[in-house]
Design a binder for this molecule. Structure first.
Ligand SMILES: Cc1ncc(COP(=O)(O)O)c(C=O)c1O
Length: 435
């Protein structure tokens, strides 16, 4: 057997070489002359702070994002976690109240709940969309529930119609965590404009990035917006036209965005729609090809929304692949090893449902209640970053070839998967090995 046909895991040559993966094709974010000029402009003008009396980059970004998503107000903040925390602060929910959060999401979706002295109640996900299951959410509502955090995980908008109906039935606030879904649309409305108040992250890896950290909070409600602004800087009244009085009207920290960050994101925003459209075309073609392999379940997008394709999650099913005797987790782990050896950086994204995170252990919620999240974590991997650059298609073509090579040789992997002493991804955390 030649090196080209032997699996790289067994000493063959890899399909995706380091020389194939160039910054031009997969670098993210894409930095053009426009970004360089904008950042130089900030340095030249010397207007660095966010309190720019409507004349600087931060004010301009706030206006442009509000116009883009179609909300009356936008406040730029330090990062996406701060954006959610400020959104919850603005809602002024009584401490000890419960907030529904999906069990499978990034930790930053749930930590703000604790920061506001509220109680996260975790809800299992839908096995197809990987977002909060509205039926499970309804079952989790109690007399103490006050809000739902709808996380558009991986870039796919949640079933916002069902979550809005649920919120209305029980008198709950609906908060969007649109950190991963910039540009995505649900029933004609952009994510980040659908909840009562909405949070976005501008972290450098996001579809709409800054050159570092940033976040945005949007709402149509003037009072909520004013409270976000109050909480954003020490509880001070900093409305335009007033002199700073240095009086903290409530206990709050400093969670502002800088002009450099805003200037970078403004450049990226001018390309967001074009980049999203290019990504949509490339990713759909890529997933169409991967989805033809037996046992590979690729993400899909319901007809009433668009997908921002921020993270691509792929589930592997040994039964459909022709190996019914293999446990799904062992099959996934072996395929993951083989793909990584071929140069494809598949990786886990979230290794434990959030109630299993040490940060939430005090809540005493067993992770066994989150069957769908556990199954998805165990039998799936994710692809991140490479597909964000609109020029990535030649690299994704190689990724398809690597998958095809591995799938043609699953018989060589099966014995390794069968012999494996498989521990699910959450084992390390749940066994107490992580302190
Ligand atoms: C779903 C989700 N929520 C919240 C956050 C927090 O955003 P940030 O990292 O900007 O604080 C992120 C960012 O990674 C995220 O992906």
């Amino acid at each position: 057997m030649t090196d080209a046909v032997k699996l790289a895991m067994f000493g063959g040559s890899r399909v995706v070489g380091k020389q194939d993966v160039t910054k031009e094709l997969v670098g993210w974010p894409v930095v053009t002359d426009r970004e360089h000029e904008a950042l130089r402009g900030v340095l030249d003008r010397g207007l660095f702070t966010s309190n720019d009396a409507g004349r600087g980059e931060v004010s301009a970004l706030q206006e442009e994002w509000a116009r883009y998503v179609g909300t009356a107000h936008c406040a730029a903040v330090a990062n996406g976690t701060a954006a959610l925390e400020l959104a919850l602060a603005a809602l002024d929910i009584e401490p000890g109240s419960e907030v529904l959060v999906p069990a499978l999401t990034f930790i930053g979706s749930a930590v703000p709940v604790l920061q506001r002295r509220l109680v996260p109640v975790f809800v299992d996900i839908d096995p197809v969309t990987y977002t909060m299951d509205p039926i499970a959410a309804e079952k989790a509502v109690t007399g103490r529930t006050r809000a739902i955090i709808a996380v558009h995980l991986h870039g796919l908008p949640c079933d916002m119609a069902a979550l809005r109906a649920l919120a209305e039935r029980h008198g709950l606030h609906l908060v969007e965590d649109a950190a991963q879904s910039q540009g995505a649309v649900h029933r004609g409305r952009r994510t980040g404009s659908i909840g009562d108040i909405n949070a976005v992250s501008l972290n450098v890896v996001k579809n709409l990035p800054t050159c570092g950290e940033g976040g945005l909070v949007t709402t149509d409600d003037e009072k909520l917006h004013e409270r976000v602004v109050l909480h954003r800087q020490f509880g001070e009244d900093l409305r335009p036209g007033k002199d700073r009085d240095y009086i903290s009207r409530l206990p709050a920290g400093n969670e502002k965005l800088s002009a450099v960050q805003a200037a970078f994101t403004r450049c990226q925003l001018t390309r967001l729609d074009a980049d999203s459209a290019a990504r949509d075309r490339v990713v759909r073609r890529f997933l169409g090809r991967l989805g033809r392999l037996p046992g590979v379940t690729v993400p899909t997008c319901p007809e009433d929304r668009t997908h921002a394709w921020h993270i691509l999650r792929l589930r592997f099913d040994p039964v459909a692949a022709g190996y019914p005797e293999l446990p799904p987790g062992a099959f996934r782990a072996t395929v993951q090893r083989a793909l990584r050896a071929e140069g494809v950086p598949v990786q886990p994204y979230q290794v434990v449902p959030l109630p299993g995170q040490p940060a939430f252990r005090d809540l005493g919620v067993p992770i066994t209640a989150y069957e769908v999240s556990l199954a998805v974590i165990d039998d799936s991997v994710t692809l991140q970053r490479w597909h964000l650059n609109p020029r990535c298609e030649p690299v994704l073509d190689l990724v398809v070839r690597a998958f095809e090579k591995v799938w043609d040789r699953l018989d060589q992997l099966a014995p390794a998967a069968a012999a494996m002493d498989h521990r699910p991804p959450w084992h390390r955390v749940m066994s107490g090995a992580v302190r």
